[in-house]
Design a protein around this ligand. Sequence first.
Ligand code: ATP
Ligand code: MG
Length: 451
Amino acid sequence: MGLITKAIRGTQDVLPNDSYKWQHVEGVIRQVCDAFGYKEIRTPVFEHTELFARGVGDTTDVVQKEMYTFEDKGGRSITLRPEGTAGVARAILEHGLHNGALPLKAYYFTSCYRYEKPQAGRLREFHQFGAELYGASEPYADAEMIMLADETLKMIGLDGIELQLNSIGCPECRAKYHAALKEYFSSHIDELCPTCRDRLERNPMRILDCKSPVCSGIAEGAPVILDYICDDCRAHFEKVQELLTSCGIKFSINPQIVRGLDYYSRTVFEFVSKDLGAQATVCGGGRYDGLTKQLSDTEIPAIGFAMGLERIMLILEKKQNILPDQKTCDIYIASMGDRGAHKAFELVSDLRQEGFYAECDMMGRSLKAQMKYADKIGARFSMVLGDNELDTNKAVLKNMTDGSKTEVELGEKLIEEIYRHKIDRELADCVNGLSDGGEAEAMAALLGGLK
Ligand code: ATP
Ligand code: MG
């Protein structure tokens, strides 16, 4: 296949027959965000490079190796966003949103761009759902943020996802920890990978996050941050845990979780799935009280997370019965001859006005080919319009599932009739799907009442 008809490595198309899965997940997320009082924010796909690469201190892989950075025609350095948080922080400061009602709660769906080695669950263009809470430094904010992520995953229907928590303290307690880490890793310096040797000087905490087996083996014996955090940070972390426990959210403490940038502090967390192999983290989050200070003079406490939507879709593909069925056609109106085709076109238009998903032929196909198509799109009802039907103003409505047929009058009556069939059928499906006898009885009574 030529280059022009091949997508760029590490990118994915969402095709028409799969997009409903994304829409479903996004719909669930929006509902959960509504319940928690988070409003959507949309920011541009590209920003000034400086927004992501803040000075020379940045030691994350994302900034050092993974960014899509280019010069635009005006000679400015532009970067495709590798994550959502920085753009949101920029927008909050630019529009002075922190001067309004606090806490400020926002969520986003974004595409992100990172030059990584593509593999299952790791793409160069991927998508995140993220949430941000600005203005609150209390542990209640940390607990709410974690609850939001937890509730989202539960409402999507995912189980077997483990929440892991850690605290990385504040800049003061972290200085002592850095010193201890430096001492520990210095005694293993010859075994560390070249990147970690560099990290040893600049930010030893990032060695804990290295994916090389040798470095992560050494990291297992490293000093643990929780032995170094100050009393305030400890009390904060304990309260977060108490709040989660009292709301029935299970977690484990994982002292290896770090978000090693200077602007991160205190709570950090990840949601890890057993169903994802190497790319196991579906959601990563933490507190970043120092972020806005790096962008402007304003310091606003903040906490947030980002969830990888492709990884969520991968888990969903492996599990049965979580995703609803794709919406299928309510009625296909087939036709024979010009008059029939014209009438079918008008009827379909009327039905759509009434909120039905209706289709008719647009390709001059034979009746047989039209019915084959109706089957393919899963039409629940079909009808054929030809000269005879138009002359008598009557047609046969066929239930495509059980083959039953009902004669209906064309015109106003038809829409009423289709409504009635649709409601009957949906209620019948509902009754069949109910296992509890009491509910089934109630539904049957409702059905009777409608007739
Ligand atoms: P990882 O350790 O897997 O590289 P990360 O720490 O770089 O993840 P974050 O920057 O915290 O990831 O992004 C939040 C989430 O976005 C991740 O937990 C993951 O679900 C998803 N994610 C990150 N990078 C990718 C990618 N290249 N492709 C698909 N999803 C990704
Ligand atoms: Mg990464």
